[in-house]
Design a protein around this ligand. Structure first.
Ligand code: MG
Length: 160
């Protein structure tokens, strides 16, 4: 067995008239994120970190925005699909850790729910799912509240 790690990063701009989903949880907020699926930027970063750990192409390759199947879909579906890819490879996801970068909305009160949703989709216990949030200290496009970014790492053990 050997241990692999992967990194993921994503950013989506805000868009009026859309619902906001982060970590599979819907937020009561006046705007959502622009994207083909539910645009859950946190899940997209996590998905890319896992795919990266096993040397797979990124989320855009596996779930292209030209495919109607993924239009408006919950990004939790992507995590379940990726879990199936891991199973097929005989790979085991050990843990993920992710950080949301956003001035608003307040993430803290919803973190436990987000961890539960992501953990359930990935088959990970609570202690193997890290989700944190920080602001961008009012700097740049994130600081001006134009969108939300997320970064993530994943650890996977594979059979050699
Ligand atoms: Mg994305």
């Amino acid at each position: 067995m050997s241990t692999r790690v992967g990194i993921g990063y994503d950013v989506h701009p805000f868009q009026e008239g859309r619902k906001l989903f982060l970590g599979g949880v819907e937020f009561d907020y006046p705007k959502g994120l622009q994207g083909h699926s539910d645009a859950d930027v946190l899940i997209h970063a996590i998905a890319d970190s896992i795919l990266g750990a096993i040397g797979e192409s990124d989320i855009g390759h596996h779930f292209p925005n030209t495919d109607e199947r993924w239009r408006g879909v919950s990004s939790l579906v992507f995590l379940r699909e990726i879990r199936a890819i891991l199973d097929k490879r005989g790979a085991k996801l050990e843990n993920i850790d992710a950080t949301l970068i956003s001035e608003a909305p307040k993430i803290g009160p919803r973190l436990a729910e987000m961890k539960a949703k992501v953990g359930e989709a990935l088959g990970l216990s609570n202690d193997r799912v890290g989700i944190k949030a920080t602001t961008n200290e009012k700097l740049g496009f994130l600081g001006r509240g134009e969108g939300i970014a997320a970064m993530a790492v994943a650890s996977v053990t594979v059979k050699d």
